[in-house]
Design a protein around this ligand. Structure first.
Ligand code: PEP
Length: 250
């Protein structure tokens, strides 16, 4: 069994201005030496300030998306290298909201993930089925195809985290059963090992979708769940702190 360090990752989505940085101070005060990795991905406007605020503390900062190119005529986009320059160590790629709002395909996610690796960032690569796909019995096939298509060959346990996020569970308060989470995570682990060998054994697999302090402990007890990617419940230090505490005990 691989010794995978657990990760509590927060995705602030399009929420937060400078005033929200007080949540970072509160989080650092509550967890000066957490027993798991802690990551927050604020909007791009806050990456630098959050990285400054977290300096010396046990909190990593990440972007929510990056462009596949290193520079050029891409108005409004941000290169992975720019995120690194701003103080990010991670970047989320392939979040379902990017796939839906911006038509991102597996091929695009793979190129972005490659760009993240090239910039020295750890990519948190998101995959997951829609409700229609689950009800049609396609969950494992969809997850397998997204996993294969979204990960470049450079993926390793050091530079990649995979987040399984059923689209229907994101921001809805609906959570798969523990058996359903276990089925997908076990399947994804096997897929990762088939392709990446020992790196597949050591790569962290997060669950994401309506994780809260109240349901975190039972989700973290599911085999092959190495932490969570958390949206709404990562915005307030008090809420995210409860999830971190549950992960520390898992
Ligand atoms: C997410 O944005 O990745 C997410 C899982 O959101 P929520 O926790 O709000 O469902």
């Amino acid at each position: 069994m691989a010794n995978r360090r657990k990760l509590a990752a927060g995705n602030w989505k399009m929420n937060g201005t400078a005033a929200a940085l007080s949540e970072v101070q509160a989080l650092l005060a509550a967890h000066p030496a957490p027993g798991c990795d802690v990551l927050l991905c604020p909007p791009a406007t806050l990456v630098h300030r959050m990285a400054e605020a977290a300096k010396g503390g046990a909190l990593s900062v990440g972007g929510q998306d990056c462009h596949a190119a290193t520079s050029g005529a891409h108005t409004g986009d941000i290169a992975a290298d720019m995120l690194a320059d701003a103080g990010a160590s991670h970047v989320i790629t392939g979040h379902s909201e990017r796939r839906t709002d911006h038509g991102e395909t597996d091929e695009m996610v793979r190129a972005k993930t490659q760009a993240a690796h090239d910039a020295g960032l750890i990519a948190v690569v998101c995959i997951g089925e829609t409700l229609d796909q689950r009800e049609a019995g396609e969950t494992l096939a969809i997850c397998a195809a997204q996993l294969t298509g979204s990960l470049p060959d450079t993926a390793s346990a050091a530079n990649t985290v995979v987040a399984y996020e059923p689209v229907w569970a994101i921001g809805t308060g609906k959570v798969p059963t523990l058996d359903q989470i276990g089925e997908v995570h076990g399947f994804l682990r096997a897929e990762l090992e088939k392709r990446f060998g020992d790196n597949g054994t050591s790569m962290r697999l997060l669950y994401g979708g309506s994780v809260k302090a109240a349901n975190a402990a039972e989700i973290f007890a599911v085999p092959d769940v190495d932490g969570a990617l958390v949206g709404g419940a990562s915005l307030k230090a008090a809420d995210f702190s409860g999830i971190i505490s549950a992960l520390e005990k898992a």
